[in-house]
Write a protein that binds this ligand. Structure first.
Ligand SMILES: C[S@@+](CC[C@H](N)C(=O)[O-])C[C@H]1O[C@@H](n2cnc3c(N)ncnc32)[C@H](O)[C@@H]1O
Length: 321
């Protein structure tokens, strides 16, 4: 597992279940997507909750796949008398073989996302491939659209420059004391810190729910400011045959407020048709803060370094006017 990936252990699955409004949003989408008698693939089944909801919605049978914790999902199914109609497979979704699935599925449930665009871009490719390989022609995917927005922001917690210069200085001192070189440790810690900071220091510090019936988390605005409107970055739409496109190489943002640009805030939205199931936010910090003023435009580059470290290269590209 790459460091930037989220560890989906038992307590993470409990955390997901605790977001009851998330489950209710997913349930609503599953009820719209699953037709009576359907054959369903639950990709990245986790606790198995989506498989249970699919049976509730009238599915005849479910094949539930995860690379971890399948025993937990199986035990939960058994505990609830739902195990007869669910077949569990413990494997990586990218290694799944047609013989393991059998006939084509009518519904693909794919909640495999970590919420971070840099990690989930590849997960969208996995979902698009699963649908192509295992889905019937009219297969419905839940969610069937993943949409990303970017917002420029001034967020003290996301001051990567200070964090990294402290780290560099400490490691330099250690190099002197040990008479050893610690370059690879610096590199590994940089990626660790920057991905950990993509969510607030207090992981559970998101209390907000948007209006309507969909769930989501948004970080407390205390100490942070938005400096631009949100800009559409990409949409991966599986049921219209797409989902495996690359992200754009650049995103241009126009600043609306003066401040110190320390990070880009990414919004991920998971949709089923016109229903927003769930939305979430994460950050990518800049390596060096940038003083900005209203009307100025900046360009963020979504390159391989950003994918590996979460540090987003951003440069001014002049005035909008
Ligand atoms: C966000 S959790 C969601 C769990 C459950 N579907 C839910 O919505 O509550 C993502 C799950 O997908 C699984 N997953 C992600 N990528 C996978 C892959 N390539 N192969 C198998 N499982 C994967 C993870 O192990 C994890 O259990």
């Amino acid at each position: 597992m790459k460091k930037q990936d989220v560890l989906f252990n038992a307590s993470m699955h409990l955390r997901l279940l605790l977001r009851v409004e998330r489950t209710l949003g997913i349930r609503k989408a599953i009820q719209a997507a699953v037709k009576p008698g359907a054959y369903v693939l639950d990709a990245g089944c986790g606790s198995g909750i989506l498989s249970f909801l699919a049976l509730e919605a009238g599915a005849a049978s479910v094949v539930a796949v995860d690379r971890d914790n399948v025993d937990l999902a199986r035990a939960l199914a058994r505990e609830n008398g739902l195990d007869r109609n669910i077949r569990f497979i413990e494997t990586d979704l990218n290694a799944l073989e047609p013989a393991e699935i059998g006939e084509k599925v009518d519904t693909l449930l794919a909640f495999v996302y970590t919420n971070h665009v840099a990690v989930d871009e590849a997960r969208s490719r996995t979902v698009a491939t699963l649908r192509r390989r295992f889905g019937a022609k009219a297969c419905r995917t839940v969610p069937n659209r993943v949409r990303y927005w970017a917002i420029a922001c001034d967020w003290p917690q996301q001051d990567a420059f200070t964090e990294l210069s402290d780290l560099r200085r400490s490691l330099q001192e250690l190099e002197n004391r040990y008479a050893l070189k610690f370059g690879p440790l610096l590199e590994a810690m940089t990626a660790e810190i920057l991905f950990d900071r993509s969510r607030p220091t207090l992981y559970g510090d998101y209390k907000w729910l948007p209006g309507g019936s969909n769930g989501g988390y948004r970080h407390s605005r205390q100490g942070g400011r938005l400096l631009s409107d949100r800009v559409a970055v990409a949409e991966f739409a599986y049921d219209s045959g797409g989902g495996d496109e690359r992200l754009p190489e650049q995103v241009t943002l126009e600043l609306r407020s003066a401040g110190t640009l320390t990070a880009l805030l990414w919004v991920q939205e998971l949709w089923f048709d016109d229903f927003l199931i769930w939305s979430s936010e994460v950050f990518s910090p800049l390596a060096t803060p940038l003083a900005v003023r209203p009307g100025e435009r900046v360009e963020a580059t979504l390159d391989e370094r950003w994918r590996a470290t979460n540090i987003i290269p951003v440069k001014p590209v002049g005035d909008a006017r």
